[in-house]
Design a protein around this ligand. Structure first.
Ligand SMILES: Cc1cc2nc3c(=O)[nH]c(=O)nc-3n(C[C@H](O)[C@H](O)[C@H](O)COP(=O)(O)OP(=O)(O)OC[C@H]3O[C@@H](n4cnc5c(N)ncnc54)[C@H](O)[C@@H]3O)c2cc1C
Length: 385
């Protein structure tokens, strides 16, 4: 049993932490307030090859695994969740292309993606295909060596900055069997319908887009015909969602503890009151539990790769547990931090109100927690039989 990151994993975490402290944190409030994209910071991640964290060295990547992704994502999210969201989705798209794309496509796009010169976004969810992705309305029909795509995507994070969108379309009958195929489309082929005005994640665009007769050559297909959803499930870069939550839960704890030490009421620091001390202890426990579950899920997934794993060693189950635990820890900690800061916590002078707005996304995105709980319960009942 291992509970500690390796020296290399520690080093990449420290690298990300240093960058966040120097270049992201000082800008975070402004970026969130203006709804401005953290382009310079993400470009720096690209220059350092961190955007190619999961890609092999032959494409300019770092050859890391999901543990490294979780460690780096925690750091980015503690600085600004929007930056971690743009990063997580980009890295996830690159990983799917690397795993299932054809060699020519990989040689064409992955070196750019490793440098973040080519930015990736994900087009999966639709108006009627939210939690249930087996009901995609976007279709792709084959015409010779090309496919023709029609439909829409409801939520594409980072669409306005993206160069390529990994787009999922139905390629079989609408019988709920999830017969989807993935294509890497130039972002210019998708038309912007609207930019959503969101509660949090305000420094990254989230857009509804439409596709009308978009023609794409078969060599930009990523993975098998009809099998893209199952293939996507095997990549497990979704660990970036609980990792983002750990970052927010930790930032909330740090801000609350620092404030409680310095703020005095009734003749002493509020951190001396038992009500606050126990709150800080509970917040600490949530961070540690969420981080352990997240890193364990990442580690299991790295070791299992295509093997589904079984029982407690099933990375899919571990990921669901981490997702539910960490995202709820983030909401709880952000809320508790806000209470600890009192009135000033309710203002935009402090970051805790942003943590709460940003955390609120994470129990929904990456699949609502109810759906993950259902799947965990299914496995528990299965084992009990
Ligand atoms: C800001 C933002 C960014 C996003 N970015 C992307 C992106 O880049 N790419 C992409 O493809 N998607 C993206 N999404 C979509 C996201 O993954 C979906 O919102 C999510 O999967 C849930 O779908 P839905 O919103 O349609 O909710 P619905 O499926 O309509 O569910 C609504 C609610 O019903 C409940 N519910 C649903 N199913 C069950 C169940 N089985 N049991 C109990 N309760 C249930 C839950 O409480 C859920 O919150 C983004 C969403 C947001 C808000």
């Amino acid at each position: 049993m291992r509970f500690e990151p390796t020296d290399e994993q520690r080093a990449v975490r420290e690298e990300a932490r240093g960058l966040v402290r120097e270049e992201l944190e000082p800008e975070a409030a402004r970026l969130d307030g203006e709804g401005a994209y953290p382009g310079e910071f993400l470009a720096e991640l690209g220059d350092r090859g961190l955007a190619g964290l999961l890609l092999p060295e032959e494409y300019g990547g770092r050859g890391g695994g999901l543990v490294e992704l979780a460690l780096v994502t925690e750091e980015l999210s503690a600085g600004l969740m929007s930056a971690a969201a743009a990063f997580g989705l980009h890295v996830g798209v690159a990983a799917v292309v690397e795993r299932f794309g054809k060699d020519d496509l990989k040689r064409d796009v992955l070196p750019g993606m490793a440098r973040m010169g080519t930015v990736g976004a994900l087009g999966l969810s639709e108006d009627e295909a939210g939690s249930d992705k087996s009901t995609l309305a976007t279709t792709a029909r084959r015409e010779g060596d090309e496919w023709v795509l029609d439909g829409h995507k409801r939520w594409v994070t980072n669409f306005e900055e993206a160069d390529v969108v990994l787009t999922y379309a139905r390629t079989g009958p609408a019988d709920g069997s999830g017969n989807a195929t993935a294509f890497l489309l130039p972002a210019g082929d998708l038309e912007l319908d609207r930019r959503w005005d969101t509660l949090g994640a305000r420094s990254v665009s989230t857009c509804r887009v439409t596709l009308e007769g978009v023609r794409v050559p078969d060599d930009r297909r990523v993975g098998s015909v009809d099998g893209a959803l199952a293939e996507r499930g095997r990549v497990r870069t979704g660990v970036n969602v609980p990792a983002r939550a750990v970052g927010l839960a930790r930032a909330a704890l740090e801000d609350a503890a620092a404030y409680a030490e310095e703020r005095e009421q009734f003749g002493r620091a509020i951190g001396e009151f038992q009500g606050i001390r126990w709150r800080v202890a509970d917040m600490t426990e949530r961070v540690e539990a969420a981080r352990l579950l997240t890193l364990r899920a990442a580690d299991l997934a790295d070791r299992a790769r295509d093997d589904a794993g079984r029982g407690d060693a099933d990375p899919g189950r571990a990921l669901r547990l981490a997702k539910v635990n960490a995202t709820e820890a983030a909401v709880e900690n952000a809320n508790e931090a806000l209470q600890t800061l009192g009135g000033v916590g309710y203002t935009r002078d402090r970051a805790v109100e942003r943590y709460l707005r940003d955390a609120r996304l994470l129990t929904i995105a990456g699949g609502p927690n109810e759906v993950h709980r259902d799947a965990v319960a299914d496995a528990a009942f299965e084992r009990g039989r």
